[in-house]
Design a protein around this ligand. Sequence first.
Ligand code: ADP
Length: 442
Amino acid sequence: MSPAALSHSEQARRNFDIRALIGAASLCVLQVATSYGHGYEVAEVVAILVAKVVFNTWVDRWLISRIGGTPGERVRIAGNTLGLLLMGHLQAWPLALWLWLPFNAMITDENRARQAWLNLAFLVVVVDAVALMEGVSVALPLGFSALTGICYLLAQARQGFIESMLREREEQNAQLQQAHLEMEALHQRAVMQEKLSSLGLLSAGIAHEINNPMSYVTSNLKDLMADLPRLGTTPELLEEYRRDILPATLDGLRRVNSIVADLRRFARGDPESLVEYDLNEEIRAAARIAQSRFTHDRELRLELAQLPHLLGRPRQIAQVLVNLMINAAEAIGETGSVTVTTALDGERIRITVRDTGVGMDAVTLKNLFQPFFTTKQVGAGMGLGLAVAHGIVRAHGGTISVESEPGRGTCFTLSLAQFPPPNLPLGQPFPEERPAAHAASP
Ligand code: ADP
């Protein structure tokens, strides 16, 4: 397995094992060196060391899997104690041999045996006792036993410290996940509120849009009711109804139907999964909803290129576009125009919403994607539109940027991926990194 494929804990374990191995190898070399010049003794020491390595590997690979970690560790301690005693006996207890005691204390792993300190104490007591019985001066076992104790306490303290750090990290992780969930919920609410706010802003205009055709439809039908008795006898009147009045009435009803259908579509939530959609159709629907904000002197133009179908959440995209169109309509004041264009840009789709309005100053440009930032009067804007728009666009694997200059208008550019990355959460509440904003001529 490559190091990159290892988890952090596996990597740490492997690093620990490598260092323990280097430590053990150094002690072996030191021990062989202390017997330098005595060929027979060197052979004995090497034989014991090799036996120790084989024994430890056997315990690790075979015995522990059969009898469990704690009994296996005891067998290992017993075997190693025996090896140390044998070496001490054969070499007359040199300093290098005593170094094994603190070394064992340093690499003691609480996870391998719950009573690691007992195993270690057993090793120390047995080695000390046998060495003393063989006439070693008291200072040696005393000094190395004290060092072993200190090393053990330090190793344990370090392990405790690492464990508490890990616990803290886990808690922080859980808190972060909780915060993330709350942010997601907050975003869903913000999207809904923003949609309602747009509908609120548009409602007077939409009511007018519906009222207008409805008034002449009603008037035409009233006339029809009054003229019905005369229709069979007056062919000119019948012809007028066939040619003008009834088609106009039908057209009025169609307009009302399409406004109501667009509104229902807009207000409905998106499906859970991503769907294929026609971006140009969404732009046309958004334009019909925002149309009430435009009059003869305030024009909304669509210049839509032929596009492939996209994958995403069409209602959210329509929401972004309605928001951009309303903002643009407000920015142009009494006269001006807003032009929405689409274009295929390599593998991506570019949408621009350009207006000839008031433009933005540096402060607005810097803050416009911040939640609740608005330059509008209380009740006219919540300051959520662009923050939500940015979240939606980003969740579709897209970007949103803006160029603006005071007095010369604004141009928002959206770049959407045809297929959004599958694992991106659809709806990142509020942008952490701000999209590009330029104070330049659109
Ligand atoms: P709201 O419309 O509720 O204020 P938005 O997030 O949609 O919230 O917009 C934030 C601010 O960005 C607006 O208050 C306005 O100052 C500025 N803004 C957005 N679009 C335009 C535009 N096309 N021209 C000028 N200013 C704009």
